[in-house]
Write a protein that binds this ligand. Structure first.
Ligand SMILES: [Fe+2]
Ligand SMILES: [Fe+2]
Length: 174
């Protein structure tokens, strides 16, 4: 931000005010982390919606295939918000993979591995989005509102995959 000679008024409150610069920078870092989490989820859901074999896998792969666009939409929302806060969306060289639990299993019929991996990914996202909701409280309600919407999607994904896991447990497969 330039100061001094500009003729436009300065903002006294909210995330774009000068006083909130440090907090805004921290928020941009958090949004960038969330952006990478979503991008990695897109990659993991593509692989896990294609690799699995077997009758039991069909419901899971269809569900994951449907989630890909939603997760991609989350990444785009986060990217746009980073820009609105005067940040720069990071380039691909900054990407670091973290989803060890969503790597392809040894046997492609091991669908329980995939279901548990998705649950781990969704729980990780839910934890982190709750952290952003807390951080933005009373300071950036626009980001908070956006993240609450995304959080609701992730809670829905978690609930769906917990239901799949319950069935596998009931059938003695997990
Ligand atoms: Fe997501
Ligand atoms: Fe999700």
């Amino acid at each position: 931000m330039t100061t001094g000679t500009e003729t436009t008024p300065t903002l006294d409150r909210g995330v774009l005010s000068e006083d909130n610069e440090a907090k805004r920078e921290k928020l941009i870092d958090m949004l960038a982390k969330a952006y990478w989490m979503e991008m990695e989820t897109v990659m993991s859901y593509i692989t896990n919606s294609v690799n699995p074999d077997g009758v039991r896998a069909q419901e899971i792969v269809e569900s994951l295939a449907g989630d890909i666009q939603e997760e991609l939409g989350h990444a785009q929302e986060l990217a746009r918000r980073i820009k609105e806060l005067w940040g720069v969306v990071p380039g691909s060289m900054e990407f670091q993979a973290e989803q060890t639990y969503l790597q392809p299993p040894e046997r492609q019929t091991d669908i329980v591995h995939v279901v548990k991996g998705v649950i781990a990914a969704e729980k990780g996202a839910i934890e982190f989005y709750n952290e952003i909701v807390d951080f933005t409280d009373g300071f950036d309600l626009v980001t908070q509102d956006m993240v609450i919407g995304i959080l609701r999607d992730e809670e829905g994904h978690l609930r769906l995959f917990e239901g799949f896991l319950r069935e596998f447990e009931h059938d003695g497969l997990a």
